[in-house]
Ligand binder design. Structure first.
Ligand SMILES: O=c1ccn([C@@H]2O[C@H](COP(=O)(O)O)[C@@H](O)[C@H]2O)c(=O)[nH]1
Length: 234
């Protein structure tokens, strides 16, 4: 069960190392802040040490540029890598081609396509971005596009995970950030659910950052979340 919760290490390199010394989760997410400072060699070292790594680079560019970038980073052996679904079918297809080409005998990086960021709400989609669809409908549409184009799964809010599983398939991965235990504040997240809600709606992995990393006792916060999931599923 502990592999279900991916801890987002939105930290400097020094902070990340200190965190992992005090409490090593099985699955870690490396985003811009840590990757830009620590670099690919650090990620490769963590994989060698036994961590499962989700590299959250949210690539979004022309198909060839994404292909070249994915080819380079997937050689590291990360489990999960993000691109944006809104990059379109060709871009997603090229990302899939890249991970197929760099796959080892027993390992292939899985491509996850970001649907609508969990920090986006309806008002932002309509008023700022001038996209005239419902935010959940848009996430479902992008998930179907991602599946058709070769992604292994999506990043979505727990609010849409059930509908996305129905519109795609149970094997198509749904990875959900925007997770907030009841007692935690939402911060900049808009489409949030609790850990138990995400699991009950069918999420394959939960991505959790600040409710763990900013807690007074991160290990305890992590274990409390795992326990709540365990209790809800047994
Ligand atoms: O739609 C998305 C895509 C990615 N994220 C990432 O997940 C974590 C969430 O951190 P919290 O501190 O638990 O809010 C963060 O690293 C984001 O970059 C997301 O939140 N939403």
């Amino acid at each position: 069960m502990s592999k279900k919760v991916i801890v987002a290490l939105d930290y400097s390199l020094q902070e990340a190392e200190a965190f992992l010394q005090s409490f090593p989760p099985a699955f870690i997410k490396v985003g811009y802040q840590l990757f830009y400072e620590a670099g690919p060699a650090w990620v490769a070292k963590k994989i060698e040490e036994g961590y499962h790594v989700f590299l959250d680079l949210k690539l979004h560019d022309i198909p060839n540029t994404v292909y070249q970038g994915v080819k380079t980073v997937s050689k590291l052996g990360v489990d999960l890598l993000t691109i944006h679904a809104s990059g379109g079918s060709q871009m997603i297809g090229r990302a899939r081609e890249a991970v197929e080409q760099t796959a080892a005998a027993n390992h292939r990086t899985k491509i996850l396509a970001v649907t609508q960021l969990t920090s986006t709400d309806q008002a932002m989609l309509t008023d700022e971005l001038q996209i005239g669809t419902n935010v959940s409908d848009s996430a479902i549409h992008l998930a179907q596009l991602a599946q058709r184009s070769g992604a292994d799964g999506v990043i979505c809010s727990g609010q849409e995970v059930r509908a996305i599983k129905q519109a795609t398939s149970s094997e198509f991965l749904a990875v959900t950030p925007g997770i907030r235990p009841k007692e935690a504040g939402a911060d900049d997240q808009k489409r949030v659910v609790t850990p138990v809600q995400a699991i009950e709606r069918g999420a394959d992995y939960l991505v959790i950052g600040r409710p763990i990393t900013k807690a007074k006792d991160p290990k305890r916060a992590y274990e409390t979340i795992l326990q709540s999931i365990e209790e809800a599923t047994t």
